[in-house]
Design a protein around this ligand. Structure first.
Ligand code: HEM
Length: 538
């Protein structure tokens, strides 16, 4: 049969198995006292006042009153599924991660999401999509917390509150949702032009996927893989859907959004229930780990840049199959807590300044969202590896730990040694050289190039895809009230491509500005039209 997703007792010692099955011959209170009736409050006579002493009434309503937890500050709207990841073994040459060894099978939980809408918003809006995967490996949890767009709006995490404040619904009326009709969004991206590349992907068909099953996923940042001998390789992670990449037309997205706001969530659950298990191949682009951390002149620490696939082909390293729907949305999809810092030996982070901020942000927000520091004990978040941490107490502690509170060094407990070496499978941060430096609030000069890859993306599009992009910019900018915002965004488009700018300007009834800098020299080869497209047929 199906393996249990988690044991009823989990990793904790001392607790009797918790039976919260909610079935049995009689109802009880939360304390286990049998109930005669749950339909009537206790009253002084059938028409008299309700009595404060009715504990069952108060307990039932109190619990109901607290059923909701805060939604995620971003990516609030999501859908999840369980599955398995099977490694091909093709990454063994670059990483010692056990779950990437040939034949290894690892249980996973994946959560897809939109970014800007609230928990109850529609699925098919124009937005970036989250693609977050939790691998329950034998060496601990590894989370790959990615998006369906390979670049991001900002190069430094300190700008994250700004981009999200500009993109979320207006605080006065809580409209609009997502990126339509949004002066603040276009104000931000036209002033902060490093956002132009990501914005172009949003305005393309990638912003309105047909289904979660037909989306690519990207780790975005460059990560560092480490092999058993300590040799390192820089990589970018890619998920390639076996069904290929498909989008909706804008008109379709309007209809599906109206007729069925749960369009993507329903599609995912129905497919899995019908046995049409969605699959993605995980792949890596690999780059030599040089001190410059660039590849073919592209700064690998700049999350607004891709490396075109014909410069660094994506090499498949494993297969993800989603084969089981959650049995409880709240317990699984809502309570799952991903973190870019959940790493296993063989996978390490780089100094991408966006990634650095994420390493702080997820843990921090989850302390509020999941009410305290013990959310790793929630069934969906429990590692499938043995846990022997030194953490104690706190809100919602589920374990009954025994013995003195742990401290190290310790000569009395006869327990495990203080340090676990590499030969014990410990996670050891890669000893990367950090050059002597001054403390500065500055970005490297290479981060100043904001337009060349937006132009590369535009030039790699087919004629019909270009029409969609022009229509999307015209429609979305047409919802701005402030002409100065539209004009500033047209200026950014002029610096990307004069035809794109002219067509959008015409649609808006505004003059097309001249570029303020010459267009980047990125005329792509025919092969560049493959940038970010679907996996070649096998
Ligand atoms: C949530 C991806 C940048 C803060 C998420 C989720 C994804 C994601 C997929 C949803 C996780 C889930 O399903 O539970 C990304 C990607 C980024 C990025 C790919 C850039 C490459 C950032 C940055 C910050 C940030 C820069 C903050 C500095 C958050 C927060 C959440 C979140 C606070 C909510 C987490 C929770 O409540 O559990 N992100 N994100 N993200 N992200 Fe990001």
């Amino acid at each position: 049969g199906e393996p249990a997703p988690y044991s009823p007792t989990g990793r904790h010692t001392g607790n009797p198995p918790q039976s919260r099955a909610q079935d049995g011959p009689y109802l009880t209170t939360a304390q286990g006292a049998r109930l005669p009736d749950t339909d009537h409050s206790l009253k002084a006579g059938p028409r008299g006042p309700v009595l404060l002493q009715d504990h069952h009434l108060r307990e039932k309503i109190m619990h109901f009153d607290h059923e909701r937890i805060p939604e995620r500050v971003v990516h609030a709207r999501g859908a999840g599924a369980h599955g398995v990841f099977q490694a091909y073994g093709t990454a063994e040459g670059v990483t010692k991660a056990a779950f990437l060894r040939k034949g290894a099978e690892t249980p996973v939980f994946v959560r897809f999401s939109t970014v800007l809408g609230s928990r109850g918003s529609a699925d098919t809006v124009r937005d970036t999509r989250g693609f977050a995967t939790k691998f329950y490996t034998e060496e601990g949890v590894f989370d790959l917390v990615g998006n369906n767009i390979p670049v991001f709006f900002i190069q430094d995490a300190i700008k994250f509150p700004d981009v999200i404040h500009a993109g979320k619904p207006h605080p006065d009326r809580e409209i609009p949702q997502a990126q339509s009709a949004h002066d603040t969004f276009w104000d931000f991206v036209s002033l902060h032009t490093e956002a132009q590349h990501h914005t172009m992907w949003n305005m393309s068909d990638r912003g309105i996927p047909r289904s979660y099953r037909t989306m690519e996923g990207f780790g975005v940042h460059t990560f560092r893989l480490v092999d058993a001998a300590g040799a390192t390789t820089l990589v970018k992670f890619h998920w390639k859907p076996k069904l290929g990449v498909h989008s909706q037309l804008w008109e379709e997205a309007q209809i599906t959004g109206g007729v069925d706001p749960d369009f993507h969530r329903r599609d995912l659950a129905d497919a899995i229930e019908a046995g049409a298990y969605p699959q993605w191949e995980l792949g890596i682009q690999t780059f030599p780990d040089t001190p410059e951390q660039t590849f073919e002149g592209i700064d690998l620490l700049d999350p607004t840049k891709i490396v075109p696939e014909e410069l660094a082909p994506v090499q498949p390293i494993g297969l993800l199959t989603l084969n089981r729907n959650p049995s409880n949305f709240f317990a699984e999809t809502e309570q799952v807590a991903f973190h870019v810092g959940h790493l296993v030996p063989g996978i390490d982070v780089t100094d991408d300044p966006l990634l650095a901020g994420r390493l702080f942000s997820y843990l921090d927000t989850q302390i509020t969202r999941l009410a305290g520091p013990n959310f790793n004990q929630l069934p969906i978040n429990r590692p499938h590896a043995p846990v022997n941490d030194m953490l104690r107490d706190g809100f919602h502690q589920q374990a009954v730990h025994s013995g003195v509170a742990p401290y190290k060094p310790n000569s009395l407990d006869g327990g495990c040694p203080f340090f676990a070496g590499a030969d014990t499978g410990a996670y050891i941060e890669t000893p990367v050289e950090v050059p002597a430096a001054r403390k500065v609030r500055e970005a490297p000069a290479s981060f100043d190039d904001h337009f060349s890859q937006a132009r590369l993306f535009w030039l790699s599009m087919s004629p019909v895809e270009r029409e969609h992009i022009i229509t999307a910019y015209t429609f979305e900018l047409g919802k701005c009230y402030d002409n100065a915002v539209k004009e500033r965004q047209l200026q950014a488009l002029a610096n990307i491509d004069s035809e794109l700018c002219a067509r959008v300007a015409e649609g808006l009834g505004l003059p097309a500005p001249e570029p303020t800098q010459p267009p980047a020299d990125v005329m792509p080869s025919p092969a560049l039209s493959q940038v970010g497209q679907e996996w070649p047929a096998d």
